[in-house]
Design a protein around this ligand. Structure first.
Ligand code: GLC
Length: 424
């Protein structure tokens, strides 16, 4: 009897041993589902599972970064082991650091050093590397090359010029029968995406980044007011009222169906817009975002996603191995070519196949490496509250509930109370 029991136990154990001799397991990974994200994550994770004899469970999460964070906070606050690997936003290391393991103890220094140093720094909290860089982003301007050519226009270099060109082409196309044509689409729903868009407008007018690098609250200034007044004027003119409820995918839907002249979005929209079944394939141009007037500068906000391993994971070593695979040069190259997701490895910006698929990775290299960060480092754990206050204040200006000057003044007061005496 005893032998028989031992035999069963041994058999059970044998079934969970992989080729390399390690225990096989199912690793759960949470992935975004914007554009091709989920498909690419699934393919990458399954390739790892097959090669290592393990299994993966890919969990799709809400598209809105704001909702995704709320979900993660619930799961992590419960110390749940349900998700081993978390896809986290570039603005979250300070908020979630305590729930993740220190990857410097598990990943070779060489593998870490191949990534952009600024992102590694961003993901390092109290000397702990809490996430590996996976892909980076910056806000960019998409335009219709065929329409600009038809109307004899160059891509606009200032927001004021964009406003004029968008209006002229919108009116011209509507007069010719496409009454659905829109001048400009972007992200103006009250969520993290609006923080990105509005910070781009404001910083490009010289109005700063809400809270500066030293922690001073800078948002209540004339340049910021001017930027928001111009943006508010777009609603109902070159942008539809509906934009107040647009995130990335709603904007892409309109642009990709052929009904917008300009779009502000992240690089992922390139691969989908140029897919063979896209109505605007081959008619898309990309440039840096416009400046806030001749004295302004173009600002693209830094975005991007990292992979972190939960400290509640029961298979942390395997989870790290999956992260190592997904963040590797080969996998980042595949994702760049198939989905126009920016690598976090500088060398891939010189790779011929990557540049052939997505030429603007080379042309706009400086836009990506000089992208402007949201104030997440300096506000740390409170970043999400700062951002929520900001996007709500901006949303109320865009929806004509408050004027820009009073909204920013009130915002300054709220941020002041959130901080310790006006500083972080
Ligand atoms: C993109 C960016 C991310 C940002 C989000 C806002 O996913 O990569 O950093 O927070 O958009 O919608």
């Amino acid at each position: 009897m005893r032998n028989w029991l031992n035999g069963v136990a041994l058999l059970g154990a044998a079934l969970t041993i992989t080729a390399s001799g390690a225990q096989a397991a199912t690793i759960s990974i949470s992935c975004g589902a914007v554009g091709l994200e989920l498909q690419l994550c699934q393919e990458g994770a399954e390739a790892w599972a097959e090669a290592t004899g393990n299994q993966v469970n890919v969990i799709s999460t809400p598209n809105s970064a704001t909702e995704r964070l709320a979900l993660y906070q619930q799961i992590l606050a419960a110390n749940s082991a349900d998700i081993d690997v978390f896809q986290i936003d570039v603005i979250w290391p300070g908020i979630l650091a305590n729930h993740f393991i220190d990857l410097t103890e598990h990943v070779d220094q060489d593998a870490i050093d191949q990534h952009f140093e600024a992102i590694v720094q961003n993901n390092t909290v109290d000397d702990r590397l809490v996430a590996m860089p996976w892909f980076t982003d910056a806000g960019i301007l998409y335009y219709r090359t065929d329409l600009l050519e038809k109307y004899g226009k160059e891509p606009p270099t200032t927001w004021q010029e964009l406003t004029e060109v968008a209006r002229e082409i919108q009116e011209g196309e509507r007069a010719e029968g496409n009454d659905r044509m829109l001048g400009f689409v972007f992200q103006a729903k009250a969520y993290e995406g609006l923080t990105c868009d509005a910070l781009e407008w404001i910083d490009s007018f010289g109005g700063g980044t809400i809270v500066d690098g030293e922690g001073a609250i800078t948002i209540n200034n004339e340049n910021a007011v001017e930027a928001l007044e111009l943006a508010a004027s777009w609603i109902g003119d070159i942008a539809p009222e509906g934009v107040l409820n647009y995130a990335e995918e709603e904007s892409r839907g309109v642009f990709q169906s052929g009904n917008a002249v300009f779009m502000r979005n992240w690089p992922y929209a390139w691969a989908l817009g140029n897919a063979p079944d896209s109505p605007i394939t081959g008619k898309i141009g990309v440039s840096q975002l416009p400046k806030g007037g001749e004295d302004g500068k173009p600002t693209g906000v830094l975005g991007g996603w990292q992979l972190a391993v939960s400290k509640y994971s029961q298979n942390a070593e395997l989870a790290v191995d999956l992260v190592r695979h997904l963040t590797s040069p080969d996998e980042q190259k595949r994702r760049a070519i198939e989905g126009s997701y920016n690598p976090t490895i500088a060398a891939l910006y010189q790779d011929e196949e990557v540049l052939e698929a997505t030429p603007f990775f080379g042309e706009l290299y400086d836009t990506f490496t000089n992208a402007v960060a949201r104030p997440s480092r300096v506000t740390g754990e409170k970043y999400n509250q700062v951002s929520s206050e900001f996007f709500n204040a901006v949303h109320s200006v865009l929806s004509d509930k408050t004027d820009a000057a009073s909204s920013l003044e009130a915002l300054e007061g709220r941020l002041d109370r959130l901080s310790r005496g006006g500083r972080w």
